[in-house]
Each structure stands twice: as structure tokens, then as C-alpha cells.
Design a protein around this ligand. Structure first.
Ligand code: PHE
Length: 341
């Protein structure tokens, strides 16, 4: 390394050491390290000048002196600053702990809806949506439920205006899809529905429902059973058993309640299934011919099945959520438990 480079390197180092000295003791230590008579770095360089050929000495000496003067001036200036009590240049406080970021999580009901939709996508069902503000024709009348039918009482809901209400189930999406598309149709329609229910541990006036509909020529009850059985096995595990109990819905005939063997105890009986070994997951049935007629489909040509389920109840069972109100409070202590779910 030639002399010029040595001097430049030393000057750079010295400048930052001087600027970084936080008090006069530290600054004095820097002065001794640079210019100390015995072992100062610059003193040593200057001592070495004697080894140089005579003709190079004057120029080298001048360069070294220049650096010495500059460093002396910087040391004096820094000493003035420290004496004047001006605050030292603030440094970043590297000890400040980082802020933990809230990573965000999907809501447990959304997790279940997405899972159900992806299983049904594997069985050929496309995702569809419909409006939450519906007419009573779509919500009731078109679905073979006259407004004075007792089944309409069970779905007593919130009226926004005469004839316009918050839908009490996702079944009106069946009608909207059939009006828009010709068979074959296979759709799954998740969404919020509204009922005049109390808000307690197991009821909410607004909750998530999910509708399934398949229409084509030659669809039979066997297709309904096979589809829901395969669906349950893919969603809850291959050992899941399914049973159908006769039921009634105005818009399906015949109708059934669909139970699956309890996903918590596997059917042996536990508190989640109230010791029965079964969990009800869905209402279902073959689409009523008059529903087809209302949609403009030929009931003599087409048959189909429909089902409706409550993803919130499934989420509560799967995740052991004891109170439905937890799903609505947006408490991050609750939600953050689903970050990796
Ligand atoms: N819409 C019905 C309910 O909310 C469920 C259902 C859907 C039943 C489709 C049969 C077919 O109770």
C-alpha cells in the first residue's frame, strides 16, 4: 500500500471515530490513538518517512502534515461541540423491540365454506351467488311456499318494504340460477341469511347458509344420496357414514334430513352429538315439479336435487366453538387462533 493510500484510509477512519466520540474522555482516547507521541497511527506513518528516498521525502512529509492538521482541527471542533453540551448526534436505538404484526386469519366459517365449496367443485358444482335483499316471490312463492303456509312462519324474517325482505334461506338462489341457465345445472351458493331468531348461544338472526342444486335429465334420489355421501366422506373423512331421515320442505319432494356419523367421536357418542353418534348437517330433497315450472323448466323432462346446510354449525363442531356469538364479535383473541387453520 503506498503512502497516499495509507493516509487516505487513516483519514476516513479517523473522521468517523472523531464524530462517534460521545464524550471528552472518548475523544481524548481517539486523539492518543491517532496522534499520540509514542504509538499514534499518524506518528508511526511519519516516522516511516525517514526510510523513503531523499527526493520523495519533502512531498510525502507535506501530505502527512496536511492530514495531521486536518485531524487536529477535527478533534478541536469535536471537543468544542462536546464542551458546549450540545446533545450528541442521536443514534438509532437498536434495542427497541420490533412490533409483532397481526398476520390476519380467515374466519372459521369462511374456512368451512371454502372447504365445502372446494369439495363440491371436485364433484362438478360451480359457485353461484344471489342477493340478500329478496322479493317474497323468490324467497317463498316461487319455491312452492305460499305466504300463508306454516313453513313461511318458520322463516319469519325482516321486511325492508312491502314484498321485499332479507332472504331467510339461500334457496331463492336456486330460482335465480334456473332462470338464467338451462340444464344441466350444478351450483353451490353460499351466503348470509336472516331470521327473526334470538341472539343466544346457539341462534343468530343472521347466519351463513349454503345451497346446492343439480338439475338434468334422469337425476334420481340415488344421485342425491351418492353425492351427499361422497361429499361427507371427502369433507369429514373416508370412514364417515350418512343417513337420511324423511322430512318436509315445500320446495322438495321427497324431502330428507341428512345426518353424518359424528365427526368428533366417529359415532360412538359424545357431548358434541348429544350421545346419539349422529350430526344433522343438511336438509335436502328432489326439486318439486312446481318449482321447475316456476323457473320455466319442463318438469316432465328434468329432475334434480337440492340441499341446504349451515356452515356455522359445522365450523362450531369441527373447532369446538361453544357459543355462536363468538363468530360475530371480531375479537382478535378468538380470530387469531385460526391463523394457520
Ligand atoms: N332452505 C331450507 C332451509 O333453510 C334448506 C333446504 C335447502 C332444504 C334445499 C331442502 C333443499 O331450511
Amino acid at each position: 500500500m503506498d503512502l497516499q493510500e495509507q493516509l487516505e484510509g487513516l483519514q476516513r477512519e479517523a473522521e468517523s471515530a472523531i464524530a462517534g466520540a460521545e464524550n471528552s474522555t472518548a475523544l481524548e482516547a481517539v486523539r492518543i490513538r491517532l496522534l499520540g507521541r509514542k504509538e499514534g497511527r499518524l506518528t508511526e506513518i511519519m516516522r516511516g518517512l525517514g526510510q523513503l528516498p531523499a527526493e520523495l521525502r519533502p512531498q510525502a512529509g507535506a501530505a502527512a502534515n496536511q492530514v495531521k492538521e486536518r485531524l487536529a482541527a477535527l478533534l478541536d471542533a469535536r471537543a468544542d461541540v462536546l464542551d458546549s453540551g450540545a446533545p450528541a448526534t442521536p443514534r438509532e436505538d437498536l434495542s427497541l423491540p420490533g412490533r409483532i404484526r397481526w398476520r390476519g386469519a380467515r374466519h372459521p366459517v369462511t374456512l368451512v365454506v371454502d372447504e365445502i365449496c372446494s369439495v363440491l367443485a371436485g364433484l362438478g358444482f360451480t359457485r353461484a351467488r344471489g342477493p340478500e335483499a329478496e322479493t317474497d316471490w323468490y324467497n317463498f312463492t316461487s319455491l312452492n311456499t305460499p305466504l300463508d303456509h306454516p313453513a313461511a312462519d318458520m322463516h319469519d324474517t325482516f321486511y325492508l318494504a312491502p314484498g321485499v325482505l332479507l332472504r331467510s334461506h339461500t334457496s331463492p338462489v336456486q330460482m335465480r340460477v334456473m332462470q338464467q341457465y338451462q340444464p344441466p345445472v350444478r351450483v353451490v351458493a353460499p351466503g348470509t341469511v336472516y331470521r327473526r331468531d334470538p341472539f343466544d348461544a346457539s341462534h343468530a338472526p343472521a347466519f351463513e347458509q349454503l345451497e346446492g342444486l343439480a338439475v338434468d335429465e334422469g337425476i334420481s334420489f340415488v344421485d342425491l344420496k351418492a353425492t351427499l355421501a361422497e361429499f361427507a366422506r371427502r369433507l369429514f373423512g373416508s370412514a364417515t357414514r350418512v343417513r337420511f331421515r324423511p322430512s318436509f320442505f315445500p320446495f322438495t319432494e321427497p324431502s330428507a334430513e341428512v345426518d353424518v356419523s359424528c365427526m368428533i367421536c366417529g359415532g360412538r357418542g359424545c357431548s358434541a352429538c348429544k350421545q346419539t353418534g349422529w350430526m344433522e348437517i343438511s336438509g335436502a330433497g328432489m326439486v318439486h315439479p312446481s318449482v321447475f315450472a316456476n323457473a320455466g323448466y319442463d318438469p316432465e323432462r328434468y329432475t334434480g336435487f337440492a340441499f341446504g346446510m349451515g356452515p356455522a354449525r359445522i365450523a362450531m363442531t369441527l373447532y369446538g366453538i361453544p357459543d355462536i356469538r363468538l363468530l360475530y364479535e371480531n375479537d382478535t383473541r378468538f380470530l387469531e387462533q385460526f391463523v394457520d387453520a
